[in-house]
Structure formats: C-alpha cells, structure tokens
Design a protein around this ligand. Structure first.
Ligand SMILES: [Zn+2]
Ligand SMILES: [Zn+2]
Length: 394
C-alpha cells in the first residue's frame, strides 16, 4: 500500500475530532512537486542548462536577487538557509571571478511553513490531550476506589479484571516497569484478546453495583484512546520522516539535516506517561496476589513472617527450612535470619492486610497447609509402625 493511502486509512480509524492533527502527507507531496517545478523554472531563467547540484554551508538569509544571470559554466551550490525556506546560491566555476546569486524558493518556504505548523499544532494537541486524559484517569480512580473497596462485593471481580489485564500485557510490561513497547496494532490486538477473555468468563455480569459496569466501560475507553493516540503518533512520525526524505530526494536539498528535532522527538513519552498513570493508579487500588506471595512456596505468604532482613515468608515455610537446617534467608542469604526467627517476627499489620484483601486465597492456603500437616503426621505414623513391626519380627 502506498504511504499516502496508509495515512488516509489510519486517519479514518481515529476519532473524527483528532483527524486534523494528522500530517497532511498528500498535500505536502504536491508541494514537493511545486518546488521541483520552481527549481526548473529558476534554472531556465538563469540560463543554466545542466545544473550541478551540490550542498554547501548554510547561508545567512540575504535579499533575493532573482533578476541576476548566472555566469557561463556556473555550478549550482545548494545552501539550506533556515528550517523554513531554502536559498540557492549560484557561483561561477572559478573561484577568483566568483559571483553569487541567491534565489529564494517560495514553494520550499511554503512546504516548511506548513510542516512546522502541523508539528506545532500536534504538540499543542498532545499537551491538551494529556491534561484531559489524566483528569479522566483521576476521576475513574476515585470512583473505582469506592466500588472496588475490599468491603464490597465487586472487589474480587475487579481484582480478577486487573490480573487478566496485566497478563494480557496490552502495553508490554517487564518487572513492574510498564512501558508502551507495543505498536498501536499490537496493543489493539492484545486489548481485543483481553476484552474477549473478560466476556468469555462473564466477569462483568457478576458485578453487583451498576457503577462497576460503567467503570469497566470507562476503562475500556481509556485503553482505546491510548491505542488511537499511539496510532496518531506513529502515523505522524512516519509521515514527517518520509516527507522530508522525499523532499530531499526530489529537490536535492538537504532538509533532513535542518530537521533533526523532528526525528528525535520522543513521541512515545506521552503514551508512556499515560500508561504509567493507569498502572500506578489501578494497581495501588487493587493489590495483586503476586506482590504478597512467599518466595519459597510461591503462594500467599500466610501467616506472614518477616525475617530480620525484611523478607517475607509463610511461617510454615520458615519452620520447614529450619527443620532442614537452612538457617540463612533463602532470598538474600542474611546470616542466621531463619535461625533467629520466632513468633515475634509475625508481621501483624501484613496479616490484617492479607485477611482483608485475600480471604479466599488464605482459605485455600490454610487447607493446603492442613493437608501438608496431615501428610507429615501420616508419614510419621507409618514410619513408627514400620519400626515397631521390624522390632516384633526381630
Ligand atoms: Zn511459603
Ligand atoms: Zn532476606
């Protein structure tokens, strides 16, 4: 697909009010044609039949002298004068008799004026958008804190939703650092899978509070906006890069060197800030089990016991470690951390927190621990029986 068509297709996917902020690639392309025409006309007027186009040092902007005639055997040196508008300097071949004609290209000036204007408008739009988006996230997080309180029915549903959301890695996540590494297409695909998953397990249908259903829709909307914002950024980035490349190729001017800032603008930063806001806000409201698991058994750290090195484990895992003569912390190897642990190391604040947020997981864990204890007792009984049996035979 031709790039102009790609821009058009992407543009149609965006909300209508965002479309004016897509670089008008087709129009700029037409303007490049005009620059080439203007160049040809200039060469004809100056009687240069076979211009040799090369690049030179930037010239200070001087008054145009379009009525001058180039000397015989002139070599055309191209000098870019400013980000907007390019001056041509025409010099004679011999240095001592050198004369210079500076021609300002109107079409080139127009081309860059337009490009710079688009970029400024896009930047302003980005700033306005960030403010309103952050206000929406703020608003949603306040409402969410009310419906997703651990004392409310919907709390566990919300936790499951955010667990699935993080598993879906819509914007890519690595070790707590959420970065928008996905392209808009990739994000869209992953987000679509996430929504399908929520629908398949009928989570929204289990909400008790009607506000929860509304908030879920708002959450979807915030994600769709991010996908669109990313698409807008990708389209503009590519369009700016391609149009300047095209400009340089067709006119032999060197605008690319004049526009380094265009190519170094970190347009992912906006999306990144927004994604971070979503994660920071929501993850702090609804804690995830993975953040409270015991590094030994990998399930919830129940009863939570904090070693001298501050690492958190289940009391039972620490008891078992101590029986196996593992006396140092299994995570950081802090000397004697397990050996020195006692009931005084129970983290009571954490115990209350876990009881409040993870009652189901705690029930499961207590059942597993009880089974484990029963198994141990059975083994011990069998071993005792076996020993007494051996004694009787002897
Ligand atoms: Zn454990
Ligand atoms: Zn430790």
């Amino acid at each position: 697909m031709k790039f102009a068509k790609v821009v058009e297709t992407n543009s149609k996917e965006l909300p209508e009010e965002w479309r004016p902020y897509v670089i008008r690639y087709k129009l700029l392309k037409k303007n490049i044609k005009r620059i080439v025409q203007e160049l040809d006309a200039t060469f004809q007027r100056l009687h240069i039949e076979q211009p040799v186009i090369g690049t030179g040092e930037a010239l200070p902007a001087t008054d145009a002298d379009s009525s001058a005639t180039a000397p015989d055997g002139a070599v055309v040196q191209v000098h870019a004068s400013a980000p907007a508008g390019v001056a041509y300097s025409i010099e004679s071949a011999t240095e001592d008799t050198g004369t210079q004609v500076v021609v300002r290209l109107e079409a080139d000036q127009l081309f860059f004026d337009q490009l710079v204007e688009y970029i400024q408008r896009i930047e302003q739009f980005g700033q306005r958008y960030t403010r309103s988006y952050c206000a929406n996230v703020d608003h949603m997080s306040t409402s969410l804190a009310a419906v997703a309180s651990p004392y409310k029915h919907d709390y566990h549903i919300w936790r499951e939703i955010f667990r699935l959301y993080m598993d879906a890695e819509v914007w890519c996540h690595s070790e707590g650092d959420y970065r928008p590494q996905s392209t808009s297409r990739e994000g869209q695909r992953r987000f679509g899978d996430f929504v399908k998953h929520i629908e398949a397990v009928r989570l929204a249908q289990q909400f008790e509070d009607p506000l929860s259903a509304q908030l879920l829709m708002s959450f979807y909307k915030l994600n769709m906006e991010l996908i669109h914002m990313r698409l807008l950024q990708e389209t503009n980035e590519q369009a700016a890069r391609k149009i300047i490349k095209k400009h340089d190729k067709q006119t032999h001017l060197t605008a690319m060197a004049q526009f380094p800032h265009l190519l170094t603008v970190d347009t992912a930063a906006l999306t990144q800030a927004l994604v971070q806001t979503i994660y920071d806000t929501f993850v702090s409201i609804v804690p995830q089990i993975d953040d409270y698991s015991c590094p030994m058994c990998l399930s919830i750290a129940w009863h939570p016991l904090r070693l001298q090195c501050k690492h958190l484990f289940c009391s039972r895992c620490i008891l078992k470690a101590s029986r196996r003569h593992m006396f140092d912390c299994p995570v950081c190897r802090s000397k004697g951390a397990v050996y020195n642990a006692s009931t005084a190391n129970i983290d009571h604040a954490m115990l209350k927190f876990l009881l409040l947020h993870f009652p189901d997981e705690i029930k499961d864990k207590q059942r597993d621990v009880q089974n484990d204890i029963d198994d141990e007792e059975n083994h011990a009984r069998v071993a005792t029986l076996a020993r007494s049996h051996t004694c009787t035979i002897q």
